[in-house]
Ligand binder design. Sequence first.
Ligand SMILES: [Zn+2]
Length: 177
Amino acid sequence: MMFNQYLIKNYHFCPRCKEQLQKQDTHLLCPSCNLKIYNNPSLAVALIAFNKKGEVLLNKRKIPPSPGSWDTVGGFVDVGETVEQAIKREFNEETQAKCEIVRYWGSYPDIYGLEKSPTINLFFEVKILSGKLIASDDAAELCFFPLDQLPKKMAFANTQVFLDLLIKQEKAKNDLH
Ligand SMILES: [Zn+2]
């Protein structure tokens, strides 16, 4: 298993008792109070919505990391929340509209922010159910882009990987027809 460099780099001492942490196979361990800090990524949802023309909804980030660059609507799953709840909440926070899940597309690991903390990003297609799209929360602007005219640089590498895959799929579909 790949050990999380983020943990090695950033966690040296026990946050509870200040003893030096020891590296184990799957976690960091405090030899004094037994606190374990696990080698897990943060879970995030990335939401893809299309308009009638088949253009994909993106939001321009208002806050760091990468403010001003384009991103999918979405965000981190809160503790105690289901992925389904996180999807509805994040979509509503950033667009003020309601959505429903159409399908799960796949997951892509990435790193987040200056600290390079690990994430796992679940990509879902969603359908906009109701409400006018109004950029809110950490979205500065919302815009639908044709798949062949996407912004050059996305905020996160995993978004680029996913969109490239989506474009390839669409192209293959069109070539068949
Ligand atoms: Zn400790």
